[in-house]
Design a protein. Structure first.
Length: 150
């Protein structure tokens, strides 16, 4: 909610009016004191804010938004692998890191569909391999300098 408000430059009262909630309820949601546990409320909020349902954790394997998220993730993993193989490992890391974070957040929210877990595993492996290519290129501040002691 807070992210949506910041992006659209509105306050809690305006968002509450838009969704039919009191400002104090919006504040409690943003602070984590309250939670939107029922799917019906989440769907209503997505419709009111014109957001795809998966943004609020509503997934259904038959849902086109869910399928689009998976296809986007699969494409990201493939493109990152191509970038890594082409010598652009840092770009692969930049693509995979946000995907892994999003998928882990979905799983933390209790969405443990098999296809999401599989995509997360592939993205983590790709991220690990890409990091393995990037990190040796970095110069570590702890690298020894000067002559060794006798």
């Amino acid at each position: 909610m807070r992210f949506y408000r910041r992006v659209h430059g509105i306050n809690q009262t305006s968002l509450g009016d838009l969704l039919g909630y009191d400002k104090t309820y919006i504040s409690a949601l943003e602070l984590g004191k309250r939670a939107l546990d029922d799917v019906g409320s989440r769907r209503r909020i997505c419709a009111a804010l014109q957001l795809p349902p998966h943004v609020l954790g509503i997934t259904d394997p038959a849902d086109t938004d869910h399928q689009a998220m998976l296809q986007f993730g699969e494409s990201t993993v493939r493109l990152a692998e191509i970038a890594r193989q082409s010598g652009h490992a840092s770009e692969a890391v930049a693509e995979l890191w946000p995907l892994v974070a999003r998928l882990e957040a979905r799983i933390d929210d209790g969405h443990t569909e098999r296809d999401v877990l599989y995509l997360l595993a592939r993205a983590r492996v790709g991220l690990g391999v890409a990091l393995g290519n990037v990190l040796p290129e970095e110069r570590l501040a702890t690298a020894p300098t000067g002559r060794p002691r006798a």
